[in-house]
Design a protein around this ligand. Structure first.
Ligand code: 4NP
Length: 159
């Protein structure tokens, strides 16, 4: 099993959106038995909360499930379980690297997987309100991340 954890600040806007979008792509590729997906926040403020209204509204519109998702805070134990910690911006990257460094765990910004990318940090819609822009970026990032994981682990898609 390959374990992927998406990380943002609050775990209510960006990382739950990435979790839902990525899981949807994994499922559509027939890889749900190969890739496990989760998300967490650096901060503790929203622990136990369902995704932000803006994220829910957008995922509803795209017909992507977020059923059962609740915010949680990242812990050191996540380094033992997850192979990929995929963060949204430079602040997340810094915060996550301070918690723990582990050679075997890939810690990378989502948009680093997109070739010739213009926007390297996924902006925080909690402050900007622009969930559509975030979705465009997250969708693009998740597409390329899945391609990379499939290639690196020689997974076989069942389309
Ligand atoms: P997220 O957005 O990191 O994309 O989930 C935020 C949600 C809440 C807060 C900050 C960012 N907050 O400060 O409460």
């Amino acid at each position: 099993m390959i374990n992927v954890l998406f990380v943002c600040l609050g775990n209510i806007c960006r990382s739950p959106m990435a979790e839902a979008v990525f899981r949807d792509k994994v499922k559509k590729s027939g890889l749900e038995n190969e890739i496990h997906v989760d998300s967490a926040g650096v901060g503790h403020w929203h622990v136990g909360s369902i995704p932000h209204e803006g994220t829910r509204e957008l995922l509803d519109r795209k017909n992507i499930s977020y059923q059962g998702m609740k915010a949680r805070q990242i812990t050191e134990k996540d380094w033992d379980q997850f192979d990929y910690l995929i963060v949204m911006d430079e602040n997340n990257l810094h915060d996550v690297k301070v918690i723990r460094e582990e050679e075997d765990v890939v810690i990378e910004k989502l948009m680093e997987f997109v070739p010739d990318v213009q926007t390297i940090d996924v902006p925080d819609p909690y402050f900007t309100g622009n969930f559509d822009h975030v979705f465009q970026l997250v969708d693009q990032g998740c597409e390329h991340l899945l391609e990379k994981i499939i290639k690196d682990h020689q997974l076989k898609e069942e389309l």
